[in-house]
Ligand binder design. Structure first.
Ligand code: GLC
Length: 422
């Protein structure tokens, strides 16, 4: 009797453990730009249904810089509260030690993705995170306003500056007082590194730190590029652009108050939403070239999922990461949010082509996109980027010329590099 009782309670406790192991609640942290939180629920629902697990999304600030600071604190403390982190393409070398190696479990899945993106998430042979979407910005332009004022889509930054000013002046003269020529991301954060890398690279001024680790930023072309951008705040862009991130720029654009906008593809589906004042009134093209150079530059962005080494639900967390990186979830995400897939075959998908035509159109743009120097600067990337965006932000704010600030930047970067990047 006693024995039976013991056995019965043992069975009960074992099956309880089994149920608990089967149904995990995975905590997922991610930035919340656009409709990211709502879309995530739709994207993840089939996985929850199929596995019986659930996901709790913890939304983070929109700024990738703020997210990075928070994630670094959690990971350094070894917290088990977060199972899966949504990670920016530039973070892999800096956070690699805290994440599970996915190279074996995702070996087959990885072959469906663009090899360069898998490579960007591989640190010393360890696959730190799985890609869920990639990013390469566009120049958004108002077809109605260009037509009304007889202007062409600009192909150089100099033309963009002129066209933006001309249309802004003409519209204001007609009483359209809130209209601005060009909105972009001028806040002192990672997004400004992306914008300014595009100006510099398209002017032939290099990539801040080159793939071989050499510091290249202090040069005439980079100076010319940043000087031109410094003429925008207060003329074709509001002074407030110096505090804009992606969402502030999109806010001005989507209420119909900008002729041009630099932003990522997520703004495409939102701009065509029913609540958008610019629905059906805009086109997208590649960012301009500058300084007599003939190649434009788009900074490579993108997001991934990484499983925490400190997670107590690793099996379910890995299953979720694999699902989010797979074709089904990526297709849903692309249809909802016009994020660029990292699965090669989705660029030939008929539903995507008809519902989000920017996607197939953007394949070459992202394949030629310029990476930020996170691979060569290794664990110093965040510091390098923050020195760069600060030098640019100072110049845009009128604190020193581009020549002065880039000279100081070069010296600061040399200090950070020491005898080599580590
Ligand atoms: C986008 C990009 C990301 C970049 C960020 C900057 O989210 O995908 O890579 O760091 O913008 O604001």
């Amino acid at each position: 009797m006693k024995f039976t009782h013991l056995a019965a309670s043992l069975v009960a406790s074992i099956s309880l453990t089994a149920v608990a192991a089967q149904a995990a609640d995975i905590t997922y942290v991610s930035g919340a730009v656009g409709n990211a939180v709502e879309d995530f629920k739709t994207i993840v629902a089939p996985w929850e249904e199929a596995t019986g697990h659930t996901v709790t999304l913890v939304p983070m600030p929109a700024s990738t810089t703020d997210q990075f600071g928070q994630y670094r604190l959690w990971l350094a403390a070894g917290t088990s509260d977060i199972d899966v982190y949504q990670t920016d393409v530039i973070w892999a070398p800096q956070l690699a030690e805290h994440f599970v190696d996915l190279s074996e479990v995702a070996a087959d899945l990885a072959t469906e993705h663009f090899p360069s993106i898998i490579e960007s998430q591989t640190v010393n042979g360890k696959l730190v995170a799985l890609p869920i979407f990639t990013d390469a910005p566009a120049l958004y332009y108002r077809t109605d306003l260009l037509e009304k004022h007889g202007a062409d889509v600009p192909t150089t930054w100099e033309e963009l500056t002129e066209t933006a000013q001309m249309i802004q002046d003409a519209e204001r003269a007609e009483g359209n007082d809130d209209l601005w020529g060009f909105v972009w991301q001028g806040n002192a954060y990672e997004g400004l590194t992306c914008n300014a890398l595009e100006w510099v690279k398209s002017f032939g001024g290099g990539q801040i730190v080159e793939p071989d680790g050499s510091i290249s930023i202090n040069n005439e072309n980079a100076i010319a590029a940043i000087e031109l951008a410094a003429s925008w705040p207060g003329t074709i862009s509001p002074d407030g652009v110096l505090a804009y991130q992606e969402e502030e720029a999109r806010g001005v654009w989507q209420t119909g108050n900008a002729v041009f906008m630099r932003n990522w593809p997520y703004a495409y589906s939102l701009g065509n939403g029913d609540d958008s004042a610019v629905k059906g009134l805009f086109g997208v093209t590649t960012l301009p070239t500058g300084g007599g150079n003939d190649t434009s530059a788009a900074t490579l962005g993108g997001w991934n999922v990484a499983v925490s080494r400190y997670s107590e639900n690793q099996e379910a967390a890995i299953s979720l990461a694999m699902y989010l990186a797979g074709a089904e979830a990526q297709k849903t995400r692309t249809l909802l949010a016009s994020n660029l897939p990292t699965i090669v075959s989705l660029y030939d998908d008929a539903d995507i082509a008809s519902e989000q035509p920017i996607i197939p159109q953007w394949k070459d743009v992202f394949l030629q996109a310029v990476p930020r120097p996170s691979a060569p600067t290794k664990t110093a990337y965040n510091e390098v980027s923050s020195l760069f965006w600060s030098a640019v932000h100072d110049t845009l704010s009128g604190n020193g010329s581009a020549a002065e600030n880039l000279e100081i930047l070069e010296a600061d970067l040399q200090d950070v590099m020491g005898d080599g990047w580590e």
